[in-house]
Design a protein around this ligand. Structure first.
Ligand code: GDG
Length: 461
């Protein structure tokens, strides 16, 4: 079978004997078979990066990486990808900072990736590119002469035409996506928004999931990403005896644990969530001293201004809530900006009574799925989930909330804390069935099937 070449901004090269754990690595594990290749940025900056990728072999997979110059990385990653595209695709036009030089830098890095990748590509490879950093890569690879199957998956949401049009290079970006053979989205809503954009901005013809433009066609469809739910459930059951989880469980003294786990990002709705917790304690004083909220929030993208501001705001809100409600023997909110080991996370989810997942907008949100997988079936916790996370389309047996409404989140937390065990078990059974069905393996297989479908081969012929 043809070789699979995965392309993403960062490449998670596994360390010897340490099991791979990152989100994308877990999702794509089934593709990391001997013979496969993973291409992307090394994570290193160098003044004159070589076009020839550095090759490292691990468990039969070749990891091919290139360095970037500091200026290229700034314009590409800090400037355009995270300063303009990320806010736009998360409906935050007010935070979108577009600068033409950043866009040119973004194109430059994509061209550099395409030229570098072309030096190691074989004619019959199947290429699968990931996420908003690499929208133009497919078109540029075609310009390099690559003619094999070319797929792209967008991990974040897409937006309707009226919103995309605010981006000065909206047409170029939609045309870039149209250069792929298959484009996958987390939900049907995102896929439909993209097809609408192709129609409205470029005059493409849309027929179901097929988009026709300039004599060629592509498939734009929903392929929701999943986790390895069985493995995660086992890890969670094992981790109940993890030292740190044990210590946390002991420190609860019988109080309920509410847990939130998010990269520190303004799309995750953290200030509203903290505010909601304050409202819960204010409006339901009977919960005071009977609950601990633990927010694990590893810092991310600190090169971008908005992320530094968010950190300062969360520090302030934490101080306000703890200052107002703490008692000498009870601190209501525990907040950590350090990442936790994955096994510890799994154990914390398992002992939690509530999982609070309230992003303002999120492609999928894997934390919601991890929380469900980790719960014990006999005495499960309750998931409070934003209606604007892609996961809400599947996990509709959770308590679904509008994340912009702190009172609604507070109400849902109250319902969760007082929910009878029969209802908790019923909801958990429905949620678990979904998480076990849409797994990482199913996600990969569905995408590859689409990419290798006969229709595409006919078109290429
Ligand atoms: C993007 C899209 C989409 C978090 N803190 C720690 C930690 N994590 C892990 C979680 C989870 C992953 O990171 C985060 O995934 P999410 O899906 O929640 O969010 P993004 O990072 O924004 O991911 C998103 C995803 O891509 C996949 O397509 O679902 O919508 O935005 O796995 O557990 N892991 C460890 N320590 C931490 O402190 N070990």
């Amino acid at each position: 079978m043809a070789r699979i070449v995965i392309v993403s901004n960062r490449v998670p090269i596994p360390k010897a004997r340490v099991p791979a754990a990152g989100g994308l690595t877990v999702a794509l594990r089934d593709l990391l078979i001997p013979g496969a290749m993973w291409f992307g940025w090394s994570g290193r900056l160098s003044p004159e990066p070589s076009l020839q990728p550095a090759l490292v072999e691990a468990r039969g997979v070749t990891y091919a990486t290139v360095d970037l110059s500091a200026e290229a990385h700034r314009a590409f990653y800090v400037g355009f990808a995270n300063g303009a595209l990320w806010p736009l695709l998360h409906f935050r036009l007010g935070l979108m900072h577009y600068r033409r030089e950043d866009y040119l830098g973004y194109l430059g890095v994509n061209r550099f990736f395409a030229e570098s990748l072309a030096t190691v590509l074989q004619a019959d490879d199947t290429v699968w590119a990931h996420d908003y950093h690499l929208l133009p890569l497919g078109r540029l690879l075609r310009q390099q002469g690559f003619s094999g199957p070319l797929g792209f998956f967008l991990h974040v949401p897409f937006v309707p035409p009226s919103m995309l049009e605010a981006m000065p290079v909206a047409r170029e970006l939609v045309a870039d996506l149209c250069a792929y053979d298959v484009v996958g989205f987390q939900t049907e809503e995102h896929a439909r928004d993209f097809r609408d954009c192709a129609q409205r901005l470029l005059g493409a013809t849309v027929d179901g999931e097929t988009v026709r433009l300039n004599g060629r066609q592509l498939r734009a469809f929903a392929d929701p990403i999943g986790i390895d739910a069985e493995a995660f459930a086992e890890e969670a059951a094992r981790s109940a005896s993890d030292k740190l989880v044990h210590r946390v469980a002991g420190s609860l003294s019988g109080r309920a644990l509410a847990v939130g786990v998010d990269r520190m990002d303004y799309s995750k709705g953290l200030p509203q969530r903290f505010e909601a917790y304050g409202r819960l304690l204010e409006r339901h004083p009977d919960h005071r001293r009977h609950i601990h909220f633990m927010q694990i929030c590893p810092r991310s993208r600190e090169e971008v201004d908005e992320y530094r501001k968010l950190r300062a705001e969360l520090d302030r809100l934490t101080g306000r809530i703890n200052g107002r409600f703490s008692e000498f023997d009870w601190t209501p909110l525990r907040y950590s900006t350090r990442p936790a080991p994955r096994a510890t996370l799994a154990g914390l989810y398992r002992i939690a009574r509530i999982g609070v997942v309230t992003p303002l907008r999120d492609g999928m949100n894997l934390v919601a799925k991890e929380f469900v997988a980790a719960q014990p079936d006999d005495d499960p916790g309750v998931l409070v989930l934003s209606r604007f996370a892609g996961a809400a389309h599947e996990l509709d047996a959770a308590l679904i909330v509008n994340p912009f409404d702190p009172d609604a989140i507070a109400d849902a937390m109250h319902v969760a804390l007082t929910m009878p065990i029969e209802e908790r078990r019923e909801r958990q059974a429905a949620l678990k069935a979904k998480v076990l069905r849409t797994t990482a393996a199913v996600y990969c297989q569905r995408f590859l099937d689409a990419l290798r479908a006969p229709a595409r081969r006919l078109q290429a012929a």
